[in-house]
Design a protein around this ligand. Structure first.
Ligand SMILES: [Zn+2]
Length: 239
């Protein structure tokens, strides 16, 4: 494996623990299943998983000025400013030990955030990193999100199928199912446009560092999960 600039710089920093935890970054179009895959991988690796979207939606539920402002942005399908997205995960990162494996779901969203994330990870002493792109077409993304419902209890997604759209309860915990406020066709199209514009340079950036692995997201959830786990396991063993 070719050494990347990222790793070379990391080895120069003094006072780092000998064994770092792997940092995994999950990228993919809305509806690619990256949240579910992050959750499954976190379980298999005993890793922490951060969903930036989930952290921001938590913020949006707060009755503060900030909460209301974030709520308004998310409901329109707009991105929150980079500094705010970064703030929520930098705050979470401080609670994690350097040896613990860690998974980012939904971040970085722009090239600026990707570069900042590198800087922050390096500062925290986390040099090992694997980036997965769970690849689905824009058409598949639209199809999935139109039929997606979220459980208010366990927050898991459920996809309605023809003839089964009477489902009102979560199969996992019996919780009530709701449509996310940004899962409407108009807003999904907007989110897809944002993905093409902002994530294309991010993907290019990670590809140039030789840390990007593209996974076929049209395959079933179990195979996708196994493929990701096999790669992550290998990377996690590296010292
Ligand atoms: Zn549930």
């Amino acid at each position: 494996m070719e050494a990347t600039g990222f790793v070379q710089v990391a080895f120069l920093l003094p006072g780092m623990p000998k064994r770092y935890g792997l940092t995994v970054i999950m990228l993919g179009r809305p509806g690619s299943g990256k949240g579910t895959q992050a959750f499954m991988l976190a379980y298999k690796l005993s890793a922490r998983a951060f969903g930036t979207g989930e952290l921001l939606r938590g913020l949006a539920r707060e009755k503060s000025f900030l909460g209301k402002k974030v709520d308004g942005l998310l409901a329109k399908g707009n991105l929150v400013p980079s500094w705010l997205a970064s703030f929520v995960w930098i705050r979470e990162l401080g609670k994690v030990q350097p040896h613990e494996p860690l998974i980012f779901d939904g971040s970085p969203r722009t090239l600026g955030e990707a570069k900042m994330l590198d800087e922050v990870l390096l500062w925290y002493g986390r040099a090992k990193r694997a980036v997965f792109l769970i690849d689905i077409s824009p058409r598949e993304s639209l199809r999935r999100l139109k039929n997606r419902r979220i459980c208010v209890g366990c927050k898991r997604p459920l996809f309605l199928r023809k003839g089964l759209d009477v489902a009102r309860q979560c199969v996992n915990c019996g919780g009530r199912l709701i449509r996310r406020s940004d899962d409407t066709p108009l807003i999904i199209r907007k989110r897809l446009k944002i993905f093409e514009k902002d994530l294309t340079p991010v993907i290019k950036y990670y590809r140039s560092q030789n840390t990007l692995r593209v996974i076929d997201g049209q395959k079933d959830q179990g195979s996708v999960s196994q493929e990701i786990f096999n790669i992550a396991k290998r990377w996690n063993k590296k010292s």
